[in-house]
Design a protein around this ligand. Structure first.
Ligand code: OOG
Ligand code: NI
Length: 462
């Protein structure tokens, strides 16, 4: 059996995220500083909260707590997107969710390629938020055509990466030697190139149309634009960035600080100005600069049901009607207060969240439940202490937050008015596959856990 010699796709993903982390730290020293700060804060939290440390030892590998959870790239064409899907599949990463960023003034739509299922996530949770540029939202037809022409000339995958992806597809996996070569080849797609493939004039026109256009179209490949480790205390990291000489974005995106964390909180340090060069009309390289790359951190909470998500969206909207966070951070405290006030309406206990059907949970037998003759419905089993429930962690992204991350790193004047134009069907056609609906996915995990508990009660087939 040749399958026995295949490397697990989770292991390929681990190797890939480690290689990417090393590359990015070398390319963006400020990112290394952020990683150090995150490790410091996480160690501090764990020392102060032994109970948390113990829980995390059971559920997560503690020594990997500060490792990257996600990164992001921006692609230029449908062909790039569909090939990227095939490459990620070799690493056990599949498209989950559809995010329309046009409403927030960013001409892209996106998905997240990620491991699906508890086992794969716990082996390595790395995911890539992947955006596709929407030239259809750009008014200037001539510029659009030029961008298309430039994009059609570039090849973002090495021949080796393509060949090994095809081999994995044909044979059902890669052996150790091929897996190593695959990781090395795929890394090239994410590498930074400081020589633009457009001249300074075209760069400026792209940049003036939308900074994101310039970032996607002007370079040889879709350089990784940030990586994101997990922090156990995002407020502490945000507060301490300046002391390490890195400038945080104005506010933390997502819900406020809570006893029972929901969804996703994230923040970043602002993208750096980096030297790049362009060919002038005489074919000589001239130096300019480009701003794209940054570092981000995230802290995750419970996945919300559609009802919980609707409440979250409404409360976020309400708080932003009171105070819109200013890009320079001048009203950050007022924004935080408005957010905290609005979220008073969101129950802050697991019981309360569950009672109102706002979040997803997994159910499991307690020690007492495992030894007992069980009967009755789920609520009875919970009340009798035979079954327990635990929050399911949200593994996806939030469009309003993503837009905030985009904008603070594109220069804050970047937002433009596009009319809302979600185009999931077109995105899926370009991708070559439907994306997984994240709500269905969480609901299925919850339902399976309930079914497993109920099958242990009398009167149920075993
Ligand atoms: C992606 C921004 C979105 C997140 O964590 O929400 C994102 C980008 O800037 O390309 O990564
Ligand atoms: Ni991100």
């Amino acid at each position: 059996m040749t399958e026995k010699t295949f490397v697990q796709n989770d292991a390929i993903r681990s190797a890939f995220s480690a290689a990417m982390s090393a590359m990015y730290r070398a390319e963006v020293p400020a990112y290394g500083t952020l990683m150090d700060l995150v490790a410091e804060v996480n160690a501090h939290v764990l020392a102060a909260e032994p109970a948390l440390a113990e829980r995390l030892t059971e559920t997560d590998a503690l020594e990997r707590i500060s490792q990257e959870r996600h990164g992001a790239i921006r692609l230029g064409t449908p062909a790039e997107l569909s090939m990227m899907r095939r490459v990620f599949a070799v690493m056990g990463m599949f498209p989950v969710g559809y995010y329309d960023l046009s409403t927030a003034g960013v001409p892209v739509h996106s998905t997240a390629f990620r491991p699906v299922g508890a086992a794969a996530l716990s082996r390595n949770p790395f995911r890539v938020f992947t955006s596709l540029l929407r030239l259809d939202l750009i008014d200037d037809a001539e510029l659009r055509a030029e961008a298309e022409r430039v994009l059609s000339t570039r090849a973002i995958f090495t021949p080796g990466a393509v060949a090994l992806t095809e081999k994995a597809e044909a044979e059902g996996g890669l052996n150790a030697e091929d897996a190593d070569a695959f990781v090395e080849a795929v890394l090239e797609t994410f590498r930074w190139h400081d020589k633009a493939i457009v001249d300074a004039g075209l760069y400026k026109r792209l940049h003036d149309a939308h900074r994101l256009m310039a970032d996607v179209v002007s370079f040889k490949g879709p350089h990784i634009n940030h990586l994101t480790p997990r922090t156990l205390d995002i407020d502490a990291v945000q507060a301490r960035m300046p002391e390490k000489g890195i400038a945080p974005k104005a506010v933390i995106e997502g819900p406020p600080t809570r006893a029972c964390p929901i969804l996703l909180r994230q923040t970043s340090f602002k993208a750096l100005d980096e030297p790049v060069s362009f060919k002038d009309e005489n074919g000589n390289w001239v130096t300019g600069s480009h701003t794209a790359r940054f570092g981000e951190i995230e802290q995750r909470g419970i996945a919300l049901t559609p009802k919980g998500r609707a409440l979250y969206d409404a409360l976020l909207d309400q708080s932003r009607k009171h105070v819109r966070p200013a890009a320079d951070g001048s009203n950050a405290a007022a924004y935080e207060q408005a957010l905290a006030d609005a979220f008073e309406a969101f129950p802050d206990s697991w019981d309360g969240i569950r009672a109102q059907g706002l979040g997803y949970f997994t159910y499991s037998l307690t020690d007492a439940g495992r030894g007992a003759e069980m009967s009755g419905d789920l609520e009875t089993l919970l009340r009798d202490g035979l079954v327990r429930f635990d929050p399911i962690v949200y593994e996806d992204f939030l469009p309003v937050s993503a837009a905030g991350i985009f904008q603070s790193n594109l220069g804050n004047a970047a937002a433009q008015d596009f009319s809302a134009s979600p185009s999931q069907q077109q995105f899926e056609a370009d991708l070559g596959q439907a994306v997984l609906n994240e709500f269905d996915h969480y609901a299925a995990i919850e339902a399976a856990s309930i079914a497993a508990c109920m099958s242990a009660t009398s009167g149920q087939a075993t």
